[in-house]
Design a protein around this ligand. Sequence first.
Ligand code: 5GP
Ligand code: MG
Length: 179
Amino acid sequence: MQADLERVLFDQATIVRRLDEIAAQISSDYRDRELTVIAILNGSLIFMADLLRRIPLPLRLDCLSVASYLGGLQTSGEVIFRQIALPDVAGRHILLLDDILDSGTTISAIREKLQTASPKSIRVCVLLRKLKERKQPADAHYIGFDIADEFVVGYGLDYCERYRNLPCIGVLKKELVAS
Ligand code: 5GP
Ligand code: MG
């Protein structure tokens, strides 16, 4: 699988070193507040598992399943909620976890939806943030790494549902990406 990468951006050791730092920051920020983590499936699964085990606070974990990419390289621009019931957020401090902040459509749609259920607070944590202009006013409080505006896979991120289990994050070889 790693042979399919043109370039590795972050190896596993680099990722978990950064997770230690973010986890310490989150643990300090939420030391006096009960935290509810909502992981956005499927992309944040690996990130979530490694991050949460570094946060020694009592917390609740929920998941939210949305789709916006429809398998390829381009976001469809529309966010589809795959669950009928949303996690219980009323009166809670919510930390949304997602793999990557790209156009911001996903995060802003989820924020907007959860906001209607009266949480005490909502913050966003992403492993990656693409450096680009965003039409949606979405940003994150906790960011693993800023990257250039290119398509990446690994550590939870897929291309047509493949490469999620790659332990590093990298850019696919051009010839493997359908244009
Ligand atoms: P946004 O709504 O911010 O445009 O996109 C967010 C979602 O699109 C992410 O949760 C992720 O599933 C997908 N996505 C955006 N950029 C990339 C990328 O470079 N690689 C992969 N594999 N998925 C991406
Ligand atoms: Mg995806």
